[in-house]
Design a protein around this ligand. Structure first.
Ligand code: CDP
Ligand code: CDP
Length: 223
């Protein structure tokens, strides 16, 4: 049995972070934390409460009152588990506004750090290796081609019955990538000590197997 460590996984949208990291967490008995859920749930909260997206002050005031807790390996937002609503189109389109606010990011980063107090976490996001957990023992940048990612997201949408064209998904993905890479704080970067895994040509299961190899390698190289 290996001692528990913390694993940070960052990467662009639809690179397979959530799906693959979740399956890895089951394999190695780790807690899986998808920080995108925090940004999405808070954005949904702002939409529901009609908080003006133009006002950083109002958004910050709302965030101060927005309780985020990690209980038994799951998020609770104001005592409620996250809902499927957070993946709705209107949340997806507004979340980059929230995620671009540096003061919001500061609060989110501090809250994640408070929740991840021990070892044994796989934390997934955009700024985990660079800002949130720079001391994580294993840092992985999971990526895939724009083509592979937009195809995956398109298939997800079709499965969910969402009426959208492949071209729209591709164009949205280009915009999302750009926003992720160019915001002033917490932008998506590849840190120096990250291992890059490009899974463009792998299915989900192979991606999980490759992640498991990176995990095993961490311990064999440490000896
Ligand atoms: O699944 P998808 O990649 O489309 O998005 P997500 O990972 O659920 O993230 C939702 C939004 O939150 C995106 O706009 C991310 O850029 C943002 N996010 C972030 O800014 N920082 C994180 N640590 C995680 C997500
Ligand atoms: O979390 P992130 O936005 O990086 O992506 P995801 O939601 O985990 O993955 C997007 C979709 O691609 C999901 O339906 C995954 O099952 C699928 N996927 C895939 O088909 N092949 C892979 N190698 C990785 C993910």
């Amino acid at each position: 049995m290996y001692p528990k460590i913390n694993i940070a996984i960052d990467g662009p949208a639809a690179s397979g972070k959530s799906a693959a990291a979740y399956l890895l967490s089951k394999k190695i008995d780790y807690q899986f934390m998808d920080t995108g859920i925090m940004y999405r749930s808070f954005t949904n909260h702002c939409l529901k409460n009609k908080i003006a997206f133009e006002s950083e002050d109002l958004i910050l005031a709302a965030l101060e009152l927005f309780d985020i807790r990690w209980v038994n390996g799951h998020f609770l937002f104001n005592d409620q588990p996250p809902t499927e609503e957070i993946y709705d189109k209107n949340v997806t389109s507004k979340v980059p506004i929230i995620a671009s606010l540096s003061e919001v990011r500061k609060v989110m980063v501090a809250r994640i750090q408070e929740m991840v107090r021990s070892q044994g976490f796989i934390v997934v996001g955009r700024d985990i290796s660079s800002v949130v957990l720079p001391d994580a023992q294993l840092k992985i940048f999971l990526t895939s081609s724009l083509h592979a990612r937009s195809e995956r997201r398109y298939k997800q949408y079709i499965k969910e019955g969402i009426n959208i064209t492949q071209e729209q998904v591709y164009n949205d993905m280009v915009i999302r990538d750009n926003v992720d890479k160019t915001r002033s704080t917490g932008q998506l970067v590849i840190v120096e000590d990250a291992v890059i895994l490009d899974n463009s040509d792998y299915n989900l299961q192979t991606t999980v197997d490759k992640l498991k190899i990176l995990y095993d390698n961490y311990f064999s190289h440490k000896k």
